[in-house]
Design a protein around this ligand. Structure first.
Ligand code: MG
Length: 382
């Protein structure tokens, strides 16, 4: 019998984590789960543990402890560290949202464990260090983010590539006015027309900051200059991204908009299995594919991301920290949707950039910017 691939999931109760478990359930003869780590949704973690029998279960709830399980129970950051140090793992899926993805990713890299990376904030915060360490340790980082997963599938030799073309669905406000965006409620911002995702990324999709973060992510994953990374709006979300070769050939990856496909690709790479495939692809059924230039004025997040990326050093760490705090404040009803990017811009303009920051400096910048952002939000919301 073929050897099963041993996998752990950081963020198993989130949107990517639960979909990854659906894939793994379907491919139970291919994968064995070593550890599942979730946040405070202990009930769901218990349910997952009963179904998948991991050796370790890590949670972050203060008052609840999973019970009646054979798994060893771990807790918090230390637990994540323990999971990512376990060399039994062939691959770790980092599927949590936000800055908590960085430390476990670095730990896994240090231990030579390959990574399926769904957490884009890791590369936005510390892409230079993460990619360098991965290279030094011979660790593969396979992107789960659908655009980067698409590019990963298109590229044979990066040296022959002239340009990356990242598609953007445009989010719920694509054809709404800036005024309508100003008045957007949390519910409106969370109703994405194409993708069902976690709250943070859905708000990022509404401001197009998600695409901004993805530009930075692409720069690190594929080593492309920012000037050679282009964004195109493609509302149907069928073309997940494309690359243009030096000779003018353009290769794109297409598929129905389902995260099962990039998740499965990343955890199975370099193999491909018949996993969850809802229906066969039909060009005739899709009938048309539209593309348009993004509106940089309505969505200033894009330019901000290019600016932070080109500035380099700690600038993208600042962008990420300010954005994450501002998104939480929006979800809490403290600020309006458009204020998110205004605040990020202000934080970025006041940030003293450190070139080639150490990992400790990155965490320090992250902490400082978050504190400053929260203070500013208090001013905005009073
Ligand atoms: Mg994406």
């Amino acid at each position: 019998m073929e050897k099963k691939r041993k996998i752990s999931i950081i963020g198993s109760t989130g949107s990517i984590g639960t979909q990854a478990l659906e894939v793994i359930e379907k491919l139970s003869d291919k994968f064995e789960i070593i550890a599942l780590a979730g946040g405070s949704n202990v009930e769901l973690l218990e349910h997952q543990a009963k179904k998948f029998s991991p050796k370790y279960l890590c949670h972050n709830a203060k008052d609840k402890t999973p019970s009646g399980l054979s798994a060893e129970i771990l807790h918090g950051e230390e637990g994540l560290e323990q999971i990512c140090s376990n060399k039994e793992n062939d691959i770790i899926l980092v599927a949590c949202s936000g800055k908590i993805g960085l430390k476990p990713t670095l730990k896994a890299i240090k231990n030579g464990i390959d990574i399926a990376l769904a957490n884009k904030e890791t590369l936005v915060m510390a892409g230079d260090i993460v990619m360098q360490k991965a290279c030094e340790n011979g660790v593969k980082i396979i992107p789960v983010d659908s655009e980067h997963c698409a590019i990963h599938q298109c590229i044979k030799d990066i040296k022959q590539v002239d340009k990356l073309i990242i598609t953007a669905s445009g989010g719920p406000f694509l054809h709404k006015s800036r005024e309508e965006m100003q008045k957007a409620t949390v519910k409106e911002a969370l109703s994405h027309p194409r993708w069902h995702m976690g709250k943070k990324i859905t708000v990022d999709s509404a401001t197009l900051m998600n695409k901004g973060l993805e530009i930075i992510e692409a720069h690190h994953l594929f080593g492309m200059d920012y000037d050679d990374i282009e964004v195109v709006v493609h509302p149907q979300s069928i073309v997940h991204s494309a690359i243009e070769y030096k000779d003018g050939s353009v290769i794109a990856q297409l598929g129905l908009p389902s995260m099962h496909i990039p998740i499965q690709y990343a955890i199975s790479y370099p193999e491909r299995f018949e996993g969850i495939k809802s229906k066969s692809f039909s060009f005739a059924e899709i009938a048309r594919l539209d593309f348009e230039k993004p509106d940089f004025e309505k969505f200033p997040a894009l330019n901000l991301a290019y600016h932070a990326g080109k500035t380099g050093g700690s600038a993208t760490t600042c962008l990420n920290a300010a954005n994450e705090e501002a998104v939480f404040a929006f979800l809490d009803g403290k600020i309006t949707l458009c204020k998110i990017v205004d605040i990020v811009e202000k934080m970025l303009s006041e940030h003293k950039v450190i070139q080639n920051p150490s990992i400790d400096e990155i965490f320090e910048v992250d902490r400082e910017v978050r504190e400053k952002t929260q203070n500013n939000i208090r001013k905005f919301s009073n």
